[in-house]
Design a protein. Structure first.
Lengths: 472, 96
């Protein structure tokens, strides 16, 4: 198993994996990249079959048939807006596989020959796998709207987390000191505790922090797989696990940067404090303001607003559309893209500006708009579009709030202060199509709404855009 | 010991190269990327397969079959849905 040819073949398969990822740097090659990686998995699978004698082929065939059928059906039927929930669920499925494998490897007779590193890796795989499983299930439930989106904070939440983690650490130390084979009861308790840890960890994170959580779970799923690989002495598993861990880490970092958040603060809940303070304040002021603003702009102004917006569109040359998750919730993306197409026909330059945290997972908004047939060249990232806003005639904000909130630049001490935003307020005219004036998830009121150049169209984004289309 | 060394080398090498490659991937493709790496992380299917390389007790068999089914679900679901997503990304002429 450790001969040179084996090593070289393994390296070749690893190179295939990395080659697949490498092709993701451009949308043109990405599909081939995905197929390359899938092929690499198949090759790795066949290699293992070739190198080892496998007992019970019948059971394996049954298990795989079940996995292939369910995986295929779910993947074919999944709606693009549910992708984040699906991905989170899959992180969980990966976690289950890891802790089950680690459990068996640590308890069976062969575990007597494990090296210290093997034992440590096995225990880490067991704990991280189980925690990833439960954490992902919670995340998936939240993303699918089956669980409460708001962070659930228990009394002494951080202490509780720290307590469970310490108990797990001590138990793992005891569980690792075996001579012949691991104690199944102790390991079962360890799994149960880790599952509990994952739940406690995940319930505290919600709303706008979900992209961070899902990226983080991506990384832990990768680490768990890599540890599992060290345990069973399989280089391919180690390599793939490490690559995925790297990917999850990079995405977590990007998401944190996009929200100007510290990872530790999100997980330890420091941000939540300032958030709740603002939230308590915000509803009051929003309540006192909302009725009058809504009354003013909703009833008498609505027709006027639509008219004003349409005139602005006609007179504009360069238009930037800023979509937020509100647009996806209203399922308005198809209408919005239709409108963009019509504007393009009127010889206008229309682009979509995508904030990194628009949507529920990294890059989610791009997928939703691509599904609605937007050319990917018209989907522009924050750093590329921001210098252009000064020359932009019209910005149309659809279902987004925090990502265009100038308070992130001007105000200090709010949850979004310092967060990079799309500089919509620098454009000549702004049209806002949001449900109402209620602040976004951060709870910070948006001064953009009060600017004289802003035309506010409140109500369901789909209805609003349909009205705009009709008037256009 | 040599084995251990190679394992560590493989781990850090893959993490490092993965880090470089992934930092270059545009935001546009982050969702398909995560979906694909998710499928890749289900190489644990190899681990599940290797559970069956020695005699198994009924309990081990049950656990192994579950792990196998989960990992397969993950591999197939992950790659298929990534492909579906990537198919959506295209260049098209403005439509009427």
């Amino acid at each position: 198993m450790n001969s040179l040819p084996h090593l070289l073949i393994d390296l070749l398969v690893i190179a295939l994996f990395l080659g697949g990822i490498y092709q993701f740097r451009h949308p043109k090659g990405a599909r081939l990249g995905n197929l390359t990686a899938a092929f690499a998995i198949l090759a790795a699978y066949l290699l293992v079959l070739y190198r080892h004698e496998i007992m019970d082929p019948g059971w394996i065939v049954i298990a795989m048939a079940v996995g292939i059928t369910t995986g295929w059906i779910v993947a074919i039927r999944m709606d693009m807006i549910q992708i984040p929930a699906m991905v989170a669920f899959q992180h969980g499925a990966g976690g289950v596989a890891v802790f089950l494998i680690s459990f068996v490897e640590l308890t069976r007779a062969t575990s007597a020959y494990l090296s210290t590193l093997g034992k440590i890796s096995g225990l880490l795989g067991l704990v991280i796998g189980a925690a990833t499983f439960s954490g992902s299930m919670i995340a998936s439930g939240k993303l699918a709207n089956k669980l409460n989106q708001k962070p659930t904070i228990l009394p002494r939440h951080s202490m509780l987390l720290l307590g469970i983690a310490s108990i797990i650490f001590v138990l793992a130390m005891i569980a690792g000191r075996f001579e012949s084979s691991g104690n199944p009861y102790l390991l079962t308790i360890l799994v149960a505790l880790s599952i509990f840890l994952g739940i406690i960890f995940s319930i505290r994170i919600g709303g706008a922090d979900m992209p961070v959580l899902i990226s983080f779970l991506n990384a832990t799923a990768g680490f768990a797989a890599a540890f599992c690989g060290i345990l069973i002495q399989n280089r391919l598993l180690v390599a793939c696990g490490a690559t995925v861990a790297a990917s999850g880490s990079v995405l977590t970092h990007i998401m944190c940067k996009a929200m100007n958040r510290d990872l530790v603060k999100i997980f330890v809940g420091i941000q939540q404090k300032s958030n709740t303070v603002i939230e308590q304040k915000a509803p009051e002021s929003a309540k006192s303001k909302a009725p009058e603003t809504a009354a003013v702009s909703k009833n008498p102004n609505e027709e006027n607003g639509i008219l004003k917006a349409v005139t602005a569109m006609r007179n504009s040359k360069r238009i930037v559309i800023i979509p937020g998750y509100g647009m996806a919730l209203a399922k308005a993306q198809f209408k919005v893209v239709e409108m963009a197409g019509r504007l393009q026909h009127m010889d206008k330059d229309v682009k979509f500006a995508i904030h990194p945290v628009a949507g529920r997972m990294p890059g989610h908004m791009n997928v939703l708009l691509a599904e609605a047939d937007v050319d990917y060249d018209n989907l522009v990232e924050l750093d590329d579009i921001n210098p252009e806003f000064k020359e932009t005639d019209l910005v149309v904000v659809i279902g987004a709030c925090d990502v265009v909130n100038p308070a992130a630049i001007d105000a200090t001490g709010t949850p979004i202060s310092g967060m990079p935003i799309l500089l919509a307020h620098e454009a000549k005219t702004v049209v806002v199509c949001n449900l109402d004036v209620t602040p976004g998830y951060s709870g910070v009121e948006n001064p953009l709404y009060e600017m004289p150049k802003t035309i506010k169209l409140f109500g369901d984004a789909k209805d609003t855009v349909t009205q705009l289309m009709e008037a256009l | 010991m040599a084995d251990l060394f190679i394992m560590m080398l493989v781990f850090f090498f893959s993490f490092f190269i993965g880090h470089i490659f992934i930092s270059k991937i545009p935001q546009l493709l982050h969702t398909p990327l995560m979906s694909m790496t998710n499928a890749i992380s289900a190489v644990t299917i190899l681990g599940a397969l290797l559970l069956f390389s020695v005699e198994t007790t009924p309990l081990e068999k049950a656990i192994g079959v579950t792990a196998m089914a989960m990992a397969t679900f993950n591999v197939v679901g992950g790659f298929v849905i990534t492909d579906r997503m990537l198919k959506l990304f295209k260049k098209n002429t403005p439509k009427e």
